[in-house]
Design a protein around this ligand. Sequence first.
Ligand code: FES
Length: 195
Amino acid sequence: MSGFKEESLSGKTAGASQNGHEGREITPPGRRSFLGLILGAGAATVGVLLSAPLFRFALHPIFKATVPLKWTEVGEVKDFTSAKGPVQRYVKIEQRDGWRKVVTEKVLYVCKDPSGKFSTFSSICPHLGCSVAWHDEKKNFICPCHNGQFTSDGKLLSGPPPRGLDLLDCKVEDGKLMVHYQYFRQLVPNKEVLT
Ligand code: FES
């Protein structure tokens, strides 16, 4: 008698688990988890697609190279009119580095040819990057590190530098001399801009 009860109870339980309560069909667990997986993957994809522009905007400055601003004022043109040789000038160069604006001070030389045309030279030696200086008594630029020497118009005279001094773009605007400061690769025979 008790064996019969147990059998009929277990038979009821088995019937309920297959057909569900009140005759509704229950989705098998494997199918449920598969649908859940599809829905989850869809939601994740939509989330990634929507957030991609935000990430790109936020991270853009990290991957962008450090960029100097295009033109920097060197001084009033009248300050150089009576110069007899290269004139040393310190200029403040603004660069955007990631989210920060970085201001550094650089040395350059302003030269003027007999026709009054200006040229500007970086003071960074193209050999190993020491600062060259104008020596008025010798009428040339000399690098103190390995005695590289350059003429007043930047040509290589002697020493280990692989090329002459690097010319920087300059222009006159509203009575002011402006320079486009750039960095150049050292130890190479031809001028190469570093970005
Ligand atoms: S760094 Fe200028 S000559 Fe070597």
